[in-house]
Ligand binder design. Structure first.
Ligand SMILES: C[S@@+](CC[C@H](N)C(=O)[O-])C[C@H]1O[C@@H](n2cnc3c(N)ncnc32)[C@H](O)[C@@H]1O
Length: 260
């Protein structure tokens, strides 16, 4: 796939599937609380953008019930699970394809906009897809500072390298900081933000999404000579040691309402 796309290399599907399921397990309870807060309920039409495995879409389907509809989209459906009948699954590129106008009661996207180059225009598109009074719930990250935390060497040095490499890959890993401003510019009402960090520990979903990425990245860093095999092995043992904990990136959820 082109470099401008969030993607996985062939042969890495299994690890990416596990990583997505870890991300979902760590984030779903907070996402469900946000969606409950904006009033998801029976009969609603909702959009889950960049659904990944679709765990949020499946939960939304239960909330909107048989009279409601969930549209679950992703540019790449390879990890998308089978869905109940009230979920419409679409392969859809939000940058280059249209969405129905003034159709949805809620539009939700988690960890998607940071990967989408034309994210500012995409937010406008998402707003146009909402009914007047509908809610935008956009969760994205803030990577800034993640590479600077206190960690044991040699992991500390390798962590800095990988944190800055991920920043390039993710296009705008701090986009969580900018969504509120964009919603304000677009005239949204009822604005709010909720930020959160957590302790990432080995063996727990909240940490494994990152530790699995390290396992994938280390051989490449050794291959290009940025890290020695010995340091890579020691660093991996450090983050895998029972009792190890480090601070996550910041998750920022932004909520806004389309003016009536
Ligand atoms: C980090 S994953 C997050 C998946 C899911 N939202 C979650 O939180 O578990 C980012 C997702 O955005 C999707 N994505 C990236 N660019 C996209 C685009 N232009 N249109 C639709 N989906 C896109 C990717 O395919 C991927 O599934």
């Amino acid at each position: 796939m082109a470099e401008e796309r969030y993607s996985t290399d062939a042969g890495e599907e299994d690890i990416e599937r596990v990583r997505l399921s870890m991300l979902a397990a760590a984030c779903d309870p907070k996402t469900f609380a946000l969606l409950e807060r904006v009033g998801i309920g029976p009969g609603m039409h909702v959009l889950e953008l960049g659904a990944g495995a679709g765990t949020v879409s499946a939960w939304m389907a239960e909330q909107v019930g048989p009279d409601g509809r969930v549209m679950s989209t992703d540019i790449d459906l390879q990890f998308h699970e089978d869905m109940p009948d009230n979920v419409i699954v679409r392969q859809h590129d939000v940058e280059n394809e249209t969405l129905p106008a003034a159709h949805f009661d809620i539009v939700h996207a988690r960890a998607v906009l940071q990967h989408v180059p034309s994210r500012a225009e995409v937010i406008e598109k998402l707003l146009a897809a909402l009914k007047p009074g509908g809610w935008l719930v956009l969760e994205d990250g803030q990577f800034m500072g993640f590479g600077e935390q206190s960690l044991p060497e040699p992991y500390a040095t390798i962590h800095k390298i990988i944190a800055s490499g991920s920043m390039n890959e993710w296009h705008d890993p701090n986009y969580g900081l900018h969504i509120l401003g964009r919603l304000r510019e677009l005239g949204c009402t009822d604005l709010d933000v909720i930020g959160e960090v957590w302790a990432m520990r080995p063996g727990e979903a909240g940490g494994e999404w990152w530790f699995l990425a390290l396992e994938r990245a280390f051989p490449r860093l050794v291959e290009v000579g940025m890290v020695t095999q010995e340091d890579a092995d020691t660093a991996l043992a450090q983050v895998r040691e029972p009792g190890f904990a480090m601070i996550s990136t910041t998750s920022i959820a932004t909520i806004g309402r389309k003016p009536v």
